[in-house]
Design a protein around this ligand. Sequence first.
Ligand code: P53
Length: 485
Amino acid sequence: MGFPKTFMWGGATAANQIEGAYNVAGRGLSVRDVMTAGSLKKRRTITYENTDGTPGRGLVLPKGAHGKIFEDEYYPNHEGIDFYHHYKEDIALFAEMGFKMFRLSLSWSRIFPNGNEEEPNQAGLDFYHSVFDELKKYDIEPLVTISHFELPLYLEERYGGWSNRKLIDYYVHFAQTVLTEYQHEVRYWLTFNEINTTVMFLAIRSGKTDDNSYQDAYQQLHYQLVASAKAVQIGHHINNDFIIGCMICGIVSYPLTPDPKDILKDRYAWEQNIFYSGDVQCLGEYPTFAKRLWHEHNVTLDITASDLNELKKGTVDLYTFSYYMSSISTTHDTDNMVGGNFSMGAKNPYLKYSQWQWADDPMGLQYYLEVIYDRYKLPMMIVENGLGANDVVTKDEKIHDNYRIDYMKKHILAMKTALNNGVNLIGYTSWGCIDLVSAGTGQMSKRYGFIYVDQDDTGAGSMKRIRKDSFYWYQKVIATNGETL
Ligand code: P53
């Protein structure tokens, strides 16, 4: 047995990491447009103007402050890889690899510049029509993430972002607009990218783990879950054939030792980070352990009876997730620690780590697929997976990225094992099929693509696209439906 004939091979991106053109055709600013570049050792920051007019920067936008673009600062998302002007060329390259599916997201502030307008920006809507037309030429199915890690800046400044219940209505209006507008062009939809990171990455994102911060994070997540459930219902109402999925950041975790304390801590990590959001989106209600999690941080949520009803009615058709690495849970002290961005805690002595300190663990992917499929019995899709690495271009303009081929080969084999063990896996869109701006570090040098983009961490480069060795390799994988790896 192997991959089903209908298996959807492809690649994935997000608007803010590829499009660029941040201030053209009526687009408003998004929070990502006031985010600086960072690195493995240096956090990205948001730049702003305080209420008293003084400049500031930090991990989050303080209350009352206005996000501001500083003259002497570099903002990698402003240009991205200029997909806005290169989409025809890029889609032709995806088609050359044989893509069946291309995952992209919609820039909210391109369509609603402030996020709360009644009427959408026509030029913004038109851009995505052109992209979908181009995909159709090559029979590539779009997979659209409605919201991928970006919010119109105005919604953050004016309402404090997702801490405010009003955001549900603004998101729902945005979702309704695009679900209606693109109903004849798009069938596969994801409501929010990695919705679970709202809580899972709280400490990393804000540097805080106090009860107030948890209170805020769980509240934000609740509003997002309700918004997602409403969007699912609207989508199904527009067209019952729409396939609408959740999207969970799938980081597998293992206990470090057989100490029962470690086993329980790991179990609870799965509950907080992975099952909590997935259960609500797939099963339509908060799990039993939610009460324990809230209690742990003295959280009392604003949840109405009508919210619970929406959650019940708005369950998804498909479970999608990203998979890059595994992590470790332990109650014990250890000197062997990981120092990567968005990967922390104890190091796994059985695994190798990437240049950005992410654990290379293909068996973790098989494990995740089997655990989750058993829990929900929904069709599954891996919508992000790949290796961020620093590629070298040779004098004759080649990129010999055998390390990436090796990483993907092992992960595709793990998928095959899970498939053969009965998991209904229907597609695979690898992350950053074309090099793009890293979400975590803002770097270009953390490259994931089959296609190299000549652009560096300072914004210098010709934006020329070059096929890497992995391009030809993936082309063969798709042509043989995963038989030649
Ligand atoms: P970058 C951290 C850990 C796992 C997934 O990440 C993550 C993150 C956020 O940094 O997010 C997803 O670019 C996300 C993409 C992102 C990709 O992983 O930091 O959905 O937007 O680019 C890879 O290497």
